[in-house]
Design a protein around this ligand. Structure first.
Ligand SMILES: Nc1ncnc2c1ncn2[C@@H]1O[C@H](COP(=O)(O)OP(=O)(O)OP(=O)(O)O)[C@@H](O)[C@H]1O
Length: 309
């Protein structure tokens, strides 16, 4: 797919955004530099990159929590000027009211947006059923398992029917089995309303299993290094898609791009005496060819077919 100008207006667009923060010591830290990317309406985009490269900062520009120092963040072609009701969030930590029941937590969003309590509660019941929590409406959040709390968070976010869904490592605190279940639930629910998604993760397997497109950021200040199209069939089950014949090839291709950045980030934090072998290779054993890192970011590589444009 060609990402440039002529297509429909992207749901999300970052145009050459740069973001600098003041550091406690009075210096300036550039978190992202000249970062450009787009997400089409209904597209599921995962963003991977080494620690500290600016993934969360990128999300905060889309959410309106932060403004770019230069460049532009756009939603449906309009500059982001603040928190937008069309945007939903899900973060690593759950944003629940601990003193409210599960039902009231899920109903809170629509009520805040002006829906009458009765309708909000009815809709919350529907969403709790969809995430498999019928019967748990009266529990308090702390009376649920971590996986169940994630489902509450999903219901809480999706009940507002966001056109854009921003997720910052939402499942990283879960054990592997629970994570896979909740990932499948996310995909099934996403299919219902198809928001445009930006999903930040450290886990390349998760990124590929979920996304239509995986964007690799460079070591900080982050900018887009590569973007890979993931042409695995949908609907997907994350456990099954891992065994798709293309999956390992896709993984290797993207890891080759990501690996150098991870290595650089590691060497920075380890000083000049980086341990040989560095951070190691997560995931499937790769047939390790070194270093044919590609392109300058704006090209979209079809990871399943292996062309670099
Ligand atoms: N409000 C802030 N003030 C100062 N520096 C910040 C601020 N927010 C982020 N940074 C710095 O900007 C850089 C990018 O941070 P960010 O959280 O976006 O990275 P990340 O890729 O999400 O990291 P991780 O993968 O570790 O979660 C980091 O060096 C961070 O310390």
């Amino acid at each position: 797919m060609n990402e440039t100008a002529t297509g429909p207006v992207p749901a999300i667009e970052l145009r050459a955004t740069t973001k600098r923060f003041r550091t406690p010591s009075g210096g300036v830290h550039t978190a992202i530099r000249d970062l450009s990317m787009t997400v089409a309406p209904g597209e599921f985009c995962a963003v991977v990159g080494p620690t500290g490269c600016g993934k969360s900062t990128t999300l905060s520009l889309v959410s309106g929590l932060e403004r770019p120092g230069s460049g532009q963040a756009l939603i449906h072609g309009e500059p982001v000027t603040g928190i937008d009701r069309r945007v939903g969030f899900m973060f690593q930590t759950d944003a629940v009211f601990p003193w409210k029941s599960v039902l009231d937590n899920v109903a809170a969003g629509p009520q805040f947006r002006g829906t009458a309590r009765k309708d909000a509660v009815e809709s919350a019941r529907d969403w709790l059923r969809r995430v498999g929590l019928a019967g748990f409406e009266d529990r308090l959040p702390h009376q649920l398992s971590g996986g169940m709390r994630k489902r509450v968070a999903l219901a809480q976010t999706l009940i507002n029917e966001p056109e854009i869904l921003l997720m910052d490592e939402p499942f990283s605190a879960l054990d592997v089995q629970t994570r896979q279940i909740v990932q499948d639930e996310l995909l099934a629910l996403w299919e219902l309303t198809r928001p445009a998604v930006v999903f930040v993760t450290h886990d390349l397997e998760e990124a590929i299993a979920l996304a239509d497109k995986v964007v690799v950021l460079t070591v900080g200040p982050g900018t887009v290094k590569d973007a890979f199209r993931i042409d695995l069939p949908r609907p997907r089950k994350v456990q099954e898609v891992r065994f798709h014949p293309h999956f390992v090839a896709v993984y290797e291709r993207i890891w080759r791009s990501l690996r150098d950045e991870v290595q650089l980030a590691y060497e920075r934090t380890a000083g000049t005496t980086a341990a040989p072998g560095g951070p190691g290779e997560p995931g499937p054993p790769a047939d390790t060819r070194t270093g044919d890192a590609v392109g300058t970011g704006q090209n979209l590589t079809d990871a399943t077919k292996g062309h670099h444009h």
